[in-house]
Design a protein. Structure first.
Length: 561
């Protein structure tokens, strides 16, 4: 049998506390009094009752404590002393129980605060709230509700306990629940009202408290019991404290989720800007500056790198563009670039600038990738021309020139307008070499610096075309034609007659122009598209009649850029 606080206090006085027992025994002996005390169940807690004893019932706040029996006339002081001792013990136990209750409440609230602080969603907070409330408040059912103002709906977030009408409870009671949430007050529902509501037929006791934060009510928590327990004001206050804490946590979770969503939106916007910016300023350029994204670059950022610069140009673009409309012209250039760009990237390069009828590409890893890309572009171009021929369109030819060397990559401009720029004589030389590819009739033209930079020069076939003195330059440049980009029949011709070509070049540099002309003519007659052989045939024939100085070394001097 479970004893009340009053009954526990009385037993402590009469049976367990030796000091109090000695005090009562001494008082009884001094007054010559004997007494007996029985609890409400008839169990004797003190003395022995005789038939002559007078019975005096004892109670505390209306609660029966037992019966005091004594046959002595002067037993009244003993009974009064017993009452005083009991009240002191009862107050002590009552205070202890209240302190213990407060400790449990504080501990529970602290624990709840710690647990829900780790949650970032309403569902988890709701589940923890109901779980902790059930630990300290005697309840068999719980319901955590939130109001959605956008949908004007009450939503069940979490619950516990067997409710046969769970699926329809919120829907059928929504108007009442909205009103209670709107009021934002807490209450213990009278038993008569619980019994009168068919939706609460599985309960006999109900109380609720709002989920209130600042001046808004987010929802409510309802606790119930299947037995007719009487919820106290202290329990309602505790539930209110719990719901206030939960509401604050939910509000923080909402703010966190909102902030997280905003951060994700900003990150997505930055990512889109970054992705878009890479299409205007290559990411490889940004990385070369030691940056991750374009938003990190600043005016004046620069780095010196050794790279291979490649210029590609569509031959006869002006004539080609005059035969089509501006729109078709744009589509043609766009289609051409769309085919060539992936080849550049696939071989470790990136396109630094589109030039309308061509582009400039940089290869940070050197000439091997640059030359691979140049050959592959010529191969793809032949496939593209086959498609154009099927549509009765003019073929496209591309000249490629490259140079290897150091350059400055950096950010130039002013505080309002920045631009990615490269500054170097290497770039100017590469552009000039591309121009010379048309002059020599070569599809791919490169310098000695490029050839020396190749990691696997044996993968390609070359013809040496001598030296050229570019306008404005002090030193002549050694030029090579890479024949791997030529059409198959022309490439086979050049490889087959490569020793003859080298022999003709030796005659040329040794000033034996007649023999050089004869040898170049023999090569050219084998294939009329061997334009470098035709060029040197004409040069040799011209120089036969010229009076050359002793300082002539076969360097071709260019008078224009």
């Amino acid at each position: 049998m479970k004893l009340s606080t009053s009954q526990k206090a009385l037993r402590q006085v009469l049976k367990r506390d030796a000091t109090i027992r000695n005090l009562l025994e001494g008082l009884c002996e001094k007054l010559g009094v004997t007494f007996c005390f029985e609890d409400p169940q008839g169990q004797v807690l003190w003395g022995k009752r005789d038939d002559a004893s007078r019975a005096i019932p004892m109670e505390n706040d209306g609660e029966p404590l037992g019966t005091f029996y004594s046959a002595d006339e002067n037993a009244q002081p003993v009974m009064e002393t017993l009452k005083v001792l009991f009240l002191k013990e009862w107050e002590k136990k009552k205070i202890g129980k209240e302190v213990l209750g407060l400790y449990r409440e504080i501990n529970m609230i602290y624990g709840l605060s710690e647990m829900i602080s780790e949650k970032i969603d309403a569902e988890s907070i709701a589940q923890v709230t109901l779980q902790e409330a059930a630990q300290i408040i005697d309840t068999t059912h719980g319901l955590f509700l939130m109001y959605d103002p956008e949908q004007d709906r009450v939503i069940e977030v979490a619950d516990f306990g067997d409710n046969p009408k769970r699926s329809s409870f919120v829907k059928n009671q929504e108007a009442l629940l909205k009103e209670l949430i709107r009021r934002g007050t807490s209450a213990i529902v009278p038993g008569s009202r619980v019994a009168a509501n068919p939706a609460l037929s599985h309960l006999k006791a109900v109380m609720y408290a709002p989920l209130k934060v600042k001046h808004r009510t987010l929802g409510m928590v309802i606790l119930g019991h299947e037995d007719a327990v009487e919820y106290t004001a202290a329990e309602l206050k505790l539930l209110t404290t719990i719901t206030l804490q939960s509401a604050t946590a939910i509000e923080s979770a909402h703010l966190y989720q909102k902030g997280l969503a905003e951060v994700k939106e900003r990150e997505e916007a930055i990512r889109k800007v970054h992705d878009a910016s890479q299409k205007f300023v290559p990411s490889e350029f940004i990385k070369s500056l030691g940056k991750v994204r374009i938003t990190e670059v600043e005016l004046g950022d620069l780095v010196e790198r050794e790279v291979t610069v490649v210029f590609a140009d569509i031959r006869g673009f002006t004539t080609l563009s005059e035969s089509i409309s501006p729109r078709d012209n744009f589509l043609f250039v766009n289609g051409f670039n769309n085919r060539m760009g992936p080849i550049i990237r696939r071989n470790g390069g990136f396109i630094m600038q589109y030039l309308g009828d061509g582009f400039m590409a940089l290869f940070p890893e050197g000439a091997q990738g640059a030359l691979n890309a140049s050959v592959q572009m010529q191969e793809l171009l032949r496939e593209y021309n086959a498609e154009r021929a099927a549509k009765k369109r003019l073929p496209v030819q591309v000249g490629v020139g490259m140079q290897n060397g150091k350059l400055i990559m950096g950010i130039t401009g002013d505080s309002e307008r920045l631009d990615a720029a490269i500054i170097s004589d290497t770039v100017n030389t590469a552009a000039r070499i591309e121009g010379l590819s048309k002059h020599y009739g070569a599809s791919i033209l490169l310098t000695e610096e490029c050839r020396e930079n190749l990691t696997d020069p044996g993968a390609f076939d070359f013809r040496y075309l001598g030296q050229v003195q570019l306008k404005g330059k002090n030193k002549p440049i050694d030029l090579y034609e890479c024949i791997d980009g030529d059409a198959e029949d022309l490439r086979a011709h050049k490889i087959q007659h490569l020793p003859t070509f080298d022999e003709a070049m030796d005659h040329y540099f040794n000033r034996d122009f007649a023999m050089a002309a004869v040898t170049f003519q023999r090569i050219f007659k084998m294939h009329e598209n061997d334009l470098p052989a035709k060029l040197f045939l004409n040069r040799s024939a011209h120089l036969i009649t010229q009076d050359l100085g002793d300082d002539w070394k076969g360097v071709e001097t260019m008078t224009t850029k």
